[in-house]
Ligand binder design. Structure first.
Ligand code: AHR
Length: 503
């Protein structure tokens, strides 16, 4: 049996955990909206056509802010299409996903759904095929109480009160050649600064996110952040990070180490942002909005399910419907650990995405909704990670990975809420063959006992939940956990994610 050890001390604070860290992302993409959250004919549909079985699962998942309406979709989106009488809304080509957008669900309907699931709206503006003026128009429509053309239009459309959206993304992945209207860092930086300044003239308190690279693998990564922030440093609050991980060429060891890559990505962006701040002599700090992260088998999308052809623009096609295994969920849990370890600078994050599309929740038209394996690390972490993230003094054996070098077999983070006195530890065992017993010095926590234990693992690491077998995989309590004389002990099975709550 391999061993690891760590210390939890509530004085070793990394940063306060913002609820926005447990955000989600809903894009008009595939069956996310249509046949996902919205299916008027479904037996659980409410008066507005929203599936209540999905609403219940989204509530259980515990997502805070939800980024909307894209993603790549937003770069061809005309927001005006999505408001006003439904029967007059145009059907449009969605070039990003080669499909047809009916606009049956738009801003008002989505906001109403958010009220039902208990989440807040984070909007992205189109800086791909549109610009500053349209962004300002949308902000006037959503946030101005009344007395102007667009605010009165909102009221005429049935929404008297402003939507009061306080967090905005200035475009999406503007460095990516696949993005409609993508541009150089210099050109995007200028456009983003101009747009941000205009939006702040309407409301100086808005929280604004400028696009970072669409991934650390982009050839412009690093330099993109430097140039964009040089233009926008004084006008924005966040720079975005996006990262997707997948098992490549059967290299499970490297896949399990994805969190290490996420750690390095975050630390590189923080260093670049701080460099720009230092050059400017600024005391301001730019935070990270990690507004797209997940496991995504991206090659399958390009290889198989994307529609093509001038006469073929399906409505709500089945695309990006990844089915997640136990292995995927363990990696997913480790990505959440990485986000929490950087809670001082990652103060907002959005799981991409929520329903059907690379999602923790799946639905079948006219059929059930169910939890994928990845649902569990998210819902449990969102519920238990409260207060402040703590730095752990972790001492674990390492293993060699082809993609990320020497990596600790165990990764972990702890949280502590001084208001409730509750703490939680989240751990992952990356070994494919060995159980690891972890000894945690918890003497710094006052007189606590074990409240909950959860471990997600399976003898078949490729097991998954499917339409036919919807509850094949779920976490179970971990009977190995003990706490005596201030020492917590837990055995982590191979390829597992665990959470322990103390209080
Ligand atoms: O989440 C799927 C897509 O991934 C998003 O639309 C885009 O921003 C990213 O490339």
């Amino acid at each position: 049996m391999t061993h690891a050890q760590m210390t939890i001390d509530p004085h070793f604070v990394t940063g306060r955990i913002q609820r926005r860290l447990f955000g989600g992302f809903v894009e008009h993409l595939g069956r996310h909206i249509y046949d996902g959250i919205y299916e008027p004919g479904h037996e659980t549909a409410d008066a507005e056509g929203f599936r209540q079985d999905v609403i219940e699962l989204v509530r259980e998942l515990g997502v805070s802010t939800i980024r909307y309406p894209g993603g790549n979709f937003v770069s061809g989106f005309r927001w005006e299409d999505s408001v006003g009488p439904r029967d007059q809304r145009p059907r449009r080509l969605d070039l990003a996903w080669h499909s047809t957008e009916t606009n049956e669900v738009g801003l008002h309907e989505f906001s109403s759904w958010l009220d039902k699931v208990g989440s807040d709206l984070m909007l992205a503006v189109n800086l791909g095929t549109r610009g500053t003026l349209e962004a300002l128009d949308l902000l006037e429509y959503t946030n101005i109480r009344g007395g102007t053309a667009l605010s009165e239009r909102r009221r005429a459309n049935g929404r008297d009160e402003p939507f009061a959206v306080d967090m905005w993304c200035l475009g999406n992945e503007m460095d990516g050649p696949w993005q409609l209207g993508h541009r150089s860092a210099d050109d995007y930086g200028k456009l983003a600064a101009q747009t941000a300044q205009g939006m702040r003239q309407i409301d100086p308190d808005l929280k604004l996110v400028v696009c970072g690279s669409s991934g650390a693998q982009m050839p412009t990564f690093g330099e993109w952040e430097r140039v964009v922030l040089t233009h926008t440093y004084d006008d924005v609050d966040y720079i975005s990070c996006h990262a997707y991980y997948e098992e490549k060429d059967g290299d499970i060891d490297s896949f399990l180490a994805s969190g290490v890559d996420m750690d390095r990505f975050i630390e590189s962006v923080v260093a670049t942002a701080d460099h720009v701040g230092a050059v400017r002599g600024s005391t301001k700090r730019i935070d990270i909005s990690f507004d797209e992260w997940n496991v995504w088998y991206i090659d399958r999308y390009h290889g198989v399910d994307k529609a093509t052809g001038i006469d073929n623009w399906p409505v709500a096609p089945r695309i990006l419907e990844d089915s997640y295994s136990v292995l995927d969920a363990v990696v997913f849990g480790s990505l959440m650990i990485s986000l929490l370890k950087h809670a001082d600078r990652v103060t907002s994050a959005s799981l991409a995405q929520l329903v059907n599309v690379i999602a923790p929740i799946m639905t079948e038209p006219g059929g059930p909704a169910w939890r994928q394996t990845t649902f569990y690390p998210f819902s449990i972490t969102s519920r238990l990670a409260q207060g402040e993230a703590l730095e752990l003094k972790l001492d674990a054996p390492t293993y060699h990975t082809g993609r990320f070098g020497e990596v600790p077999l165990v990764d972990a983070v702890a949280t502590h809420d001084s208001q409730t006195g509750r703490s939680a530890v989240f751990l992952v065992n990356r070994s494919v063959s060995e159980s690891i017993t972890v000894t945690v010095d918890a003497a710094g926590l006052d007189d606590v006992s074990i409240l909950e234990t959860h471990t997600l693992t399976d003898v078949d690491i490729h097991a998954r939940n499917t339409l036919e077998n919807r509850e094949r995989v779920a976490p179970a309590s971990n009977d190995s956990v003990s706490l005596a004389d201030g020492v917590l002990t837990i055995t982590l099975p191979p390829v597992s994610w665990s959470a322990v709550s103390l209080g």
